[in-house]
Design a protein around this ligand. Sequence first.
Ligand code: XMP
Length: 511
Amino acid sequence: KILILDFGSQVTQLIARRIRESHVYCEIHPYNMPLKDIKAFNPKGIILSGGPSSVYDVNAPKPPDEIYELGIPILGICYGLQLIAQHFGGHVDKAAEREYGRAELSILNEEDLFNKLQLSKGRLTVWMSHGDRIEHLPEDFEILARTDNAPVAAIRNRDKNIYAIQFHPEVAHTDQGKDILKNFILKICDVQPVWTPLNFVESQLEKIREKVGGKRVLCGLSGGVDSSVVALLLHKAIGDQLTCVFVNNGLLRLHEAEDVQRAFREHFKINLVYVDAEERFLKALEGVVDPERKRKIIGNLFIDIFEDEARKLGEFEFLAQGTLYPDVIESVSFKGPSATIKSHHNVGGLPEKMHFKLIEPLRELFKDEVREVGFQLGLDEKILHRHPFPGPGLAIRVLGDITRDKLDTLRKADYIAIEELRNHGLYRKIWQAFCVLLPVQSVGVMGDERTYENTIVFRAVTSLDGMTADWAHIPYNVLSRISNRIINEVNGVNRVAYDISSKPPATIEWE
Ligand code: XMP
């Protein structure tokens, strides 16, 4: 396995994803991971990530000095290159010109790191993002590549097995960046590419059985990808020792509650307890307008109901959760705490006082790996590739106060919009699409009648991680069909608008 030490780059997670895609297991840890922990981790290679600092800053983050003497191959990327250069007596300074974006890399040595790449005239397009550069090469290092602006863009010390590059091989803009990383991990570190979702499933089944023994496990099932994969994995490992609880909070999409029951109870034969809590949620939300209050009420009520059910179902030693790797990585941030814009309350997050031991079989996986595991376990394509759906559900898509009628209107419109995206082969190209019901009436005309009815907003965005997003450029004919169908088929709606705001400055959801 490979260890990635994080110095706070925005793209450190991409390094891990590229390596996992090459079927090698790796983990990201903070740059100051203690030496004894590094040794205990026993990596076959160490990668030093990029980061926003300068190595000559007084408080520049540094890894333990001893890592350079462990005899483990090291690859420094960007800030990592500068750390290595400085450690071995080179000189790093501000470049006359900062370099951001594409650059042409001239490769001077194709032996190991740049082995077997498809070059055009010895050159490769790479992605740069740096303000500092190496002015004097450290002793015993040789230059492997340069750009016009960075005469030292890649270096190595072959005896020590230390490599460093100024550009970012992990981003998609770097040509064959994955192959460069592969050269490092497979050839220089000599790791076998054996990490696959199938192997993962097999090793997890063993681990789960060992951990659970004869005890019972409770799992909150939402119907999303993560909890579904957790449920299937546990069911495969321990069968009827698993009980899943699905709470219908009345804020779900059309047919969602029936679909989940059909898939998990009837198809997979999982012990599924279905709790119809629609009345309780709608009552608790009556007259509530503020989005953050909606989130709190829903989150708390969910916990109360889940606890009640758990108690009724008897003794459980374990609670299974769909925690993923990005939630686990201790992030290194040099920018201080960021403002809370929305409390993204994870409705599945249950309080510690429940005294369960946790089982989190997906803690090591990225989302795309979870999907592959789900695929191996026979999970339906519809669930595997479902758009993200917020815990508070339709409550934050009926703007203003919530009633059952409004929810029903929204559900019908949303169903039509999604159905049309699927019919036109667009669903999988979009990160998230949904309808919102505005608390606004407007005038229309239907036949000879004046109408004064509701407005539906259709929102569809493209995104990689939900942090930033752009509105999807959906063909007019599809938008037109969605609009026509909603207005014709959903009573009480006479107007459909398409949201063309990006995030930032807007957010994906409207509340
Ligand atoms: P925003 O609206 O902040 O949403 O751009 C980013 C992503 O988070 C989802 N979201 C939520 N998920 N509980 C959740 O579990 C929430 O309260 C919540 N609010 C937003 C949103 O759907 C999008 O995928």
